[in-house]
Design a protein around this ligand. Structure first.
Ligand code: SF4
Ligand code: SF4
Length: 275
């Protein structure tokens, strides 16, 4: 049994239903420093990782490759890249411990649908990597009518079709988070991974989440993190509260994910206080 399968079995990791409301996640700390990467490499605990490219822009894999200081270690000594159009010259999809899936899936594209189903069969753990895969992101605005395939009009996050075990939203995710996630997977650091596991059920993202789940719940502290996190500058702070320009929002969901009030580490606080 693979390392990740063992972890999933021991810790009872399962996917959340696709229609589940966004849930608060817990925080954790792990670093992906060069020392840690070396430590993992020394232990030779190498998960087999595949990278599956659906309807994405390649920005997510570009972000992965921007781990300049640790990339060589990451791709050679830390993990086995066993599949991926831009990473490995492999035509048949092999068994994988972890599949990182970039991009949403087009319902009119039979090849993409088959590939996604095959990923679910072959991978012990499927990660919706990037917001297109996790929440649909800007492909939520797709409506077809463009050459060469005007019939390609319906794009959905992958959890609408298959069980997803964890999600790393972001448009794109930061280079650091993917490196940290791989380190956490290898180390079995479930405190770090738990937010990503909880986010597997969050298949919709929008700037309006800030209003609905934070401001309306009297949770907003006016920190401005959401405005800093938004890649399209759709969020501004007015009178200490986020104001969202819907015309600029690409529905990546990252403002809510980054908001420090979208999660509350109750168990950790109780543990720290000895309660
Ligand atoms: S990130 Fe800060 S300002 Fe934005 S909604 Fe959350 S608490 Fe409020
Ligand atoms: S407001 Fe910005 S960060 Fe939030 S979902 Fe829209 S584009 Fe993403």
């Amino acid at each position: 049994m693979s390392l990740i399968s063992k972890l999933k079995g021991l810790l009872g990791i399962g996917a959340k239903p696709a229609n589940e409301e966004p849930k608060p996640a817990k925080s954790g700390q792990v670093g992906a420093s060069e020392q840690e990467v070396e430590k993992v490499a020394e232990e030779n605990a190498k998960p087999r990782i595949g990278y599956i490219h659906l309807s994405g822009c390649t920005g997510d894999i570009m972000s992965l490759s921007e781990n300049y200081d640790i990339l060589a270690e990451l791709l050679t000594n830390m993990v086995d890249i066993v599949y991926g159009q831009t990473l490995a010259d492999v035509w048949e999809m092999p068994e994988m411990d972890l599949a990182l899936v970039e991009g949403s899936v087009c319902l009119q594209d039979e090849h993409s649908l088959h590939e996604l189903m095959e990923v679910r069969e072959k991978a012990a753990m499927v990660c919706a990597y990037g917001s297109c895969s996790a929440t649909g992101c800007f492909t939520r605005y797709s409506r077809g009518g463009q050459q060469a395939r005007p019939d390609h009009e319906s794009f959905v996050p992958i959890a609408d079709l298959i069980k997803v075990d964890c999600a790393i939203p972001g448009c794109p995710p930061s280079p650091e988070i993917i490196a940290k996630t791989v380190v956490a997977l290898i180390n079995g650091d479930m405190d770090y991974l738990q937010p990503m596991i909880d986010l597997a059920g969050m298949t919709e993202g929008c700037g309006c989440d800030l209003q609905k789940y934070v401001v309306n719940q009297a949770l907003c502290i006016g920190c401005g993190t959401c405005a800093m996190a938004c890649q399209t500058r759709a969020v501004s702070m007015t009178n200490g509260r986020p104001e969202v320009n819907g015309d600029r929002c690409v529905k990546c969901g990252i403002c809510y994910v980054q908001c420090p009030r979208s999660w509350f580490p109750e168990e950790q606080i109780k543990k720290d206080l000895g309660l």
